[in-house]
Design a protein around this ligand. Sequence first.
Ligand code: ATP
Ligand code: MG
Length: 441
Amino acid sequence: MTGKKDDTTHLIGLLLGTESDWPRAFETLVRGLGPVRHRGKDHRISTERITIEPFDLRDPVRHDVVIDRLAWWYFHPREWLKKASLVNDTYLLNNPFTFQAMEKHSAYCAMIRLGFDIPPTVLVPYKNPIDHEKWAYTASTYNLPFDLDEVADRVGFPMFMKPFDGGAWRGVSRIDDTAALHHAYDASGQMLMHLQSAVSPFDSFARSLTIGPETQVMKFRPELPMHDRYEVAHNFLPAEAGQEVLTLSRTINAFFRWEFNSCEALVTGQRVQPIDYANACPDIAITSLHYYFPWAIRNLISWSVFCAVTGRRGQVDTSTRAWFAVGDDPDLSWTDKLGQYAQLADEYFQADEYREFCATSLAALPEMVHEWIGSSAFDDLLIETVKATYPAEEHDRFAAHFRGLLAMWHADQVGASPDQPDSPRATARPSAPVSEVRPTS
Ligand SMILES: Nc1ncnc2c1ncn2[C@@H]1O[C@H](COP(=O)(O)OP(=O)(O)OP(=O)(O)O)[C@@H](O)[C@H]1O
Ligand SMILES: [Mg+2]
């Protein structure tokens, strides 16, 4: 049923929306990788972009692994992914079952249970009737009238109103007073909304991109245009808070079986308050990640190749009890709990085995990525991406901006640790003041 001929040829499928920058990078680098030697055998990896067509539920599937950036909004391929997982044992980044069932709201709930410092959050009923023939009777019988101002008093101003299943900033508003609250609720219509206490002020907005067991924590500025949101800043968090942010991201991913996700937390001193962490199809465009793009592409390759070559099995089901046992244990301190969550995450992600695989079977990959980022082939891709993304009068400015940031990454690798070639945690030198090294714009 899996349709596989042997266990040393592996196909990684890319399920894509509109992007072509990182997929081209991924395809080029995987092509350049050559055979991957693991346990005495040479494994050949190829890639394919998945197309959408009718499928029989019993059709064979040729892909060992699929990286999905589409199924969060396009449901036909999402159902194909589920069939491929259930019938053919295709390994998925991400798990569509938990992503569909466990959106932002469930992630808040689970992380509250595990002890993370989620800001006070209340789910209010729909403002407008939902389109269902049973609504009128059910609502008139069972919906209790409620006082929005009283709920707001509990949450406190300022607050955010945002959809329980949020994404892409749809329907998010910051609310400073009663008038704005009523206006936003009236406008929410048929969206189901959270009211969440604003974390304000805070020291840093940490956005973490996690791929398999590895996490890159980046300083984020949501108020700026996309190309400027990630600031190049190393070691910007106090050590303990940085560790908590790392553990938080891995915990969420291991808990929900997501392998490619971004998490947001607001950090004040050592206090870490997570606000958004069910983005299990994250944007990794060159024009968003810039300096951090090589890290993302290398880890996406390493993790998907690891899963394909070692035959890692996807898990549709979760093991929430193991996590709750830690979260509910009154004898464990918060530090103990974080330590145990980190351990559970490492076990789920086979972190030791993965790192060993990267250091042996994929030992040449970091240098390959480094060379390629410095090549004219990468520059061509960068310029094509800039031309496809920005209006003509901005091409020169953005070309200089991204070339500068990637040149900075390229230069920063010299002398970096071979284990974590592009991790800020491994950067021994002090943080470079960004204003000094930043390119144009
Ligand atoms: N509790 C909060 N305290 C402070 N700021 C918040 C809070 N909740 C949301 N925000 C701000 O609103 C923005 C959007 O909220 P959130 O990330 O929850 O929505 P989203 O639709 O998932 O957005 P995206 O998909 O862009 O991440 C956040 O990036 C942050 O700047
Ligand atoms: Mg967000």
